[in-house]
Design a protein around this ligand. Sequence first.
Ligand SMILES: Cc1cc2nc3c(=O)[nH]c(=O)nc-3n(C[C@H](O)[C@H](O)[C@H](O)COP(=O)(O)O)c2cc1C
Length: 366
Amino acid sequence: MKSRLAKACGAEYPIFAFSHCRDVVIEVSRSGGVGVLGLVRSTPEQVELDLRVISEAVGGKPFGVDVLFPVGDIPTDKAELSARIPDEHRRFVAEIMARYNVPEGDVPDAVVAGVAGGAKATMQDGLEIGEVALKYGAKVVASALGPPPAAFVEQVRESGALLFGLCGGGDQARRHVAAGADAVVAQGTEAGGHTGDLATMIVVPEVVDAISPVPVLAAGGISDGRQIAAGLALGADAVWTGSIWLGTAESELDPIVKQKLVDARSRDTLRSRCISGKTVRQLRTPWVELWEGEDAPKTLPMPLQGMLVAESQRRIFRHRVSELMGTPAGQAIGRINAIRPTREVFYDLVQGFAEASTRFTELLED
Ligand SMILES: Cc1cc2nc3c(=O)[nH]c(=O)nc-3n(C[C@H](O)[C@H](O)[C@H](O)COP(=O)(O)O)c2cc1C
């Protein structure tokens, strides 16, 4: 395929896969795509370990990382920030925890698979993590929210890696390009995680037109080959996927959540600010519904909302309080009908794309 991005990365297919799980990343990259490890919740030490394992396992095939460079300067004084959280909000969380009998007592701030304790990262974390990633040969560094500082963009260039920015509209895309992005992920509202309100069908051509000739990756709802063909038809050079990998054997999500994804239909997600303070599309659970209810206090801005809910999320997952366990997830979860190996999901995408392309060609023939 003549995808500029696949070529520039040295990948066989223009399929990029975002995941927080190391083994999903490895399997996608080994299969001919580009696995991109999400590092928003990691420390530089964990990143060092994960990237060492990935770079050895992929044997020269391309992989990437996704780092958070927060928009604006987020203060780092935790005590000062904590003092800004109103009692009303703390009471609301305590009431939910009591209603669902979640055992008392915090659990260590270790990574608990599937827990979205809000984006805690600071600009400094983003820089440290980005530098580790370049050391281990990441081919792509994606910036989840704001663009990175100029000095880091320079480092990425020198390393030969590509810098991607995620966006939900044309203006944001232009800002990423002005800051030095080599490509932009145009993400529709269908997507899991932080997401805007424009549909993939609208946002992809909008971003393509806004930043042409800079290449665009289509994202949001892509879970089979027909949607890959659609994304490329909209002018994208490659696709960027996330939710579909949550239901793989290699995904480290708690089995309770994986089963919820298998059972879920496309309508079982909600966009809510209840995890991080910014709109995150996630699996519908009583936790999200209560925050979206009329009695709920207004969610707090980033990073306060994340700080408010982090401990309760850890407790919910540690004690496996099934009703409240959720995950960021997009509408594509309607197509997760069984837990399958990453490699199998990947090859289905490739085959479905080939079939869709053939149908397209046939349609154009007399
Ligand atoms: C569980 C989950 C967590 C996510 N976390 C991040 C993140 O930390 N950084 C980021 O740039 N994107 C994140 N995303 C968004 C993905 O990068 C991607 O844009 C999105 O999943 C694509 O849409 P899809 O979910 O419909 O495939 C996340 C998505 C999911 C499903």
